[in-house]
Structure formats: structure tokens, C-alpha cells
Design a protein around this ligand. Structure first.
Ligand SMILES: Nc1nc2c(ncn2[C@@H]2O[C@H](COP(=O)(O)OP(=O)(O)OP(=O)(O)O)[C@@H](O)[C@H]2O)c(=O)[nH]1
Ligand SMILES: [Mg+2]
Length: 189
């Protein structure tokens, strides 16, 4: 899909007014949210790095009639308690208060059992009552033969009935399904 960078923002007052339906990417730090933006765009529009905790601001991208928001990851340990508290407050404020937020994508690492934070965020997002897509990311890191058993364990741990897509930024597995989800959000609004 075509995606172009709109702006970065922190404070509520500077979040852009776009008039377009918005979908946000949640996930722990290093889960691969920024890489997902690049994978969907088919270009390097978002900055990524080897070290987690890279994305510190809300980053807004627009394309194909929707806005995608690359959020800072939750649960980045190498941050002061005060920074973590501020980051969490920012994410919660965004999740609860953002006008135009129509759906969420939560990205988890297919290799790991979801953490307590993944579970808490999943519950908060599911409670919003609008569409929530669960991505099992870095799927290239395990054999396809293990995908279904990992899916089962992750779904059980989260206690969820959200739709699930296997995703890899390396192979772009899952890209079509994600784009179909986003098109569904755009067309419903
Ligand atoms: N093998 C593999 N590596 C990935 C994939 N997606 C992301 N990565 C790697 O994981 C690391 C973190 O990726 P980012 O996209 O920066 O993660 P993020 O969720 O934006 O992290 P924060 O900004 O800290 O919240 C980078 O080294 C990426 O290259 C994937 O699908 N497969
Ligand atoms: Mg990032």
C-alpha cells in the first residue's frame, strides 16, 4: 500500500486532525511495529534499529484512505521508571481518547508466550469494542510447521477471539491479510 509519513507527535495538542479513519499499532518494544510500516509501504518510510526502544513518539502515516500510527513500544526495560510511566500514560491516553481511532493492530512475537503487558494491553484494546487484529510477528524465525501450535498457545494465553494473522517483515507473509483488514476498516467508516 502507499504510505507517506505525516508527522511525529507527543502531546495530545499536537496529534494531527486528519478526517481519516485511524488504525494504531500496539506491541512491546522490539516487536516489529516500525518494520511493519515499512513492510506494508514496501519502502523505508519508518526508522527501525537493532536496539529496542527506538520509537519514542507517535508517528502518523497516511495512505489509501486511512491513517496508520506507529506507536512507541510498551515494556522497554532499559528506561527509567519515570520514562516508563510517561510512555505508558501517553499510550493509554492515546488508546482511550484518540478521536478517529477505529481499530487496533497488536503485534506479538510468535516465538514467545505473551507477557503480562501483552495480556493487559490486549484486554484494554479488546474492551474498546472496535476491530482488533492480532499479528503473530517474526514468523520467519520459526518453521511453518510450528505456526499452528504457537498460534494456539498465544490465543489461549491471551484468552482472545480476535482474528489472527501470521506476519513476517522479511518474507511479507501476511501482508495481503493485513491490507484486507485495513481496507475493511476504511470501507466501513
Ligand atoms: N526476523 C525478523 N525480524 C524482524 C521482523 N520485524 C522486525 N524485525 C527486527 O526486529 C527489530 C525491531 O524492529 P522494530 O520494527 O524497530 O520494532 P518496534 O516494535 O518498532 O520497536 P520499538 O520502536 O522499540 O517499539 C529490528 O532489528 C527488526 O529488523 C520480522 O518480521 N522478522
Ligand atoms: Mg518502532
Amino acid at each position: 500500500m502507499r504510505l507517506r509519513f505525516l508527522q511525529s507527535a507527543m502531546a495530545f495538542e499536537s496529534w494531527p486532525v486528519t478526517g481519516m479513519p485511524e488504525v494504531a499499532l500496539f506491541g512491546r518494544s522490539n516487536a516489529g511495529k516500525s518494520s511493519l510500516i515499512n513492510g506494508l509501504a514496501g519502502a523505508k518510510v519508518a526508522r527501525i534499529s537493532r536496539d529496542p526502544g527506538r520509537t519514542r513518539t507517535l508517528n502518523f502515516y497516511a495512505g489509501d484512505g486511512i491513517v496508520l500510527v506507529d506507536l512507541p513500544g510498551y515494556g522497554y526495560a532499559r528506561m527509567s521508571k519515570e520514562q516508563q510511566r510517561r510512555q505508558t500514560a501517553l499510550l493509554e491516553r492515546y488508546a482511550r481518547r484518540r478521536e478517529g481511532l477505529c481499530a487496533a493492530v497488536q503485534l506479538v512475537d510468535i516465538r514467545h508466550r505473551p507477557s503480562e503487558l501483552d495480556i493487559a494491553w490486549h484486554e484494554l484494546l479488546a474492551a474498546r469494542g472496535d476491530p482488533l487484529l492480532l499479528l503473530l510477528g517474526k514468523a520467519d524465525q520459526i518453521g511453518r510447521g510450528s505456526w499452528r501450535s504457537r498460534e494456539k498457545e498465544i490465543i489461549q494465553t491471551l484468552g482472545t477471539d480476535a482474528p489472527v494473522v501470521f506476519w513476517s517483515a522479511r518474507t511479507l507473509d501476511g501482508r495481503q491479510a493485513i491490507e484486507a483488514f485495513l481496507a475493511g476498516i476504511r470501507d466501513k467508516v
